[in-house]
Write a protein that binds this ligand. Structure first.
Ligand SMILES: Nc1ncnc2c1ncn2[C@@H]1O[C@H](COP(=O)(O)OP(=O)(O)OP(=O)(O)O)[C@@H](O)[C@H]1O
Length: 272
């Protein structure tokens, strides 16, 4: 086994994250998290609201620092934003004043590519995400699903080794969301980055991932890790009817249900 095979692209060991709250006290968002993502692995993270899913991504991306424990990328501690890491969030990060073509070319240009090369690569990625013919459009002239395709192309054009996604499709209608999930899987197969995908939607998590990590109600801890042994390639609309999918859903929901209930009871109590 070579060194690079032995070193996971993403590793969190004994990670705790505390935040200072506005009233000056300390809030523990994550406690003693261990998480490893292998090369080319698609890892989905589910858990109740406020359990620390986004915080986990912030730690891997270098936006936040762990209070204790270590977060490593390719065996090296994370120290600030890393170029090997790509992000996609719920809100589109497209530039409204730039055309689709220059939005997607922005990453390579920022990384020092020649303009001609960046534009050629942008056209190529727009073709891959089904947006040929829309190069001259501006984001406000596109549907929500098309803007997500721009965001996908904008992220994947940089060929990140690690892709962090925080509920990227949650603002879309159900049908568009399923289409985008299929497109994501097809595009992921092209470059096979290691993915951490945060979602509230357990169906989406199982349909996409190689493993599903269930976090507890906050402070988030890893409650269970479920390998998803469904064959690939997958079509997310159809795979949900497979008996194996239904069995996995039932098992993982059994783990997640108590946490969702506990989070609900807690917020209901706070509201009262
Ligand atoms: N910068 C911060 N300062 C103080 N508290 C924070 C900060 N960021 C997050 N938190 C708290 O940490 C906890 C975890 O937040 P986080 O956004 O990671 O949860 P989440 O699981 O992604 O939630 P949701 O599912 O609702 O999006 C929350 O209670 C949140 O209020």
């Amino acid at each position: 086994m070579t060194q690079s095979e032995a070193t996971p692209p993403i590793e969190l060991r004994g990670v705790t994250k505390r935040f200072r709250t506005p009233d000056g006290s300390t809030y523990t968002a994550l406690r003693d998290i261990d998480l490893t993502v292998a090369p080319g692995e698609f890892c989905a993270v589910v858990g109740p609201t406020g359990c620390g899913k986004s915080t986990t991504l912030s730690l891997i991306s270098g936006l936040e620092e762990a209070s204790t424990g270590t977060v490593t990328i390719d065996g090296r501690p994370v120290g600030g934003i890393d170029r090997r890491v790509g992000f996609m969030f719920q809100q589109d990060a497209v530039f409204p004043w730039k055309s689709v073509l220059t939005n997607v070319a922005a990453g390579p240009l920022f990384r020092g590519a020649a303009r001609r090369e960046a534009i050629d690569r942008s056209r190529d990625w727009l073709r891959r995400v089904g947006l040929s013919g829309f190069e001259g459009h501006y984001p406000h002239q596109l549907s929500g699903g098309m803007r997500k395709r721009v965001a996908l192309a904008q992220t994947l054009i940089n060929e990140p080794r690690i892709l962090l996604m925080d509920e990227p499709f949650s603002a879309l209608d159900v049908q568009t969301r399923q289409i985008m999930s299929d497109e994501l899987l097809d595009l992921w197969e092209l470059t096979r980055p290691s993915v951490v995908f945060v979602t509230h939607d357990l169906e989406e998590a199982i349909a996409l991932a190689d493993k599903v990590v269930v976090l507890t109600v906050g402070p988030g801890r890893v409650k269970d890790v479920f390998p998803i042994d469904l064959p690939r390639p997958r079509r997310v609309q159809e795979i949900k009817f497979e008996p194996r999918f239904v069995a996995l859903y039932e098992r993982i929901w059994n783990s997640l249900r108590d946490e969702v209930q506990a989070a609900y009871t807690r917020t209901a109590g706070e509201a009262a």
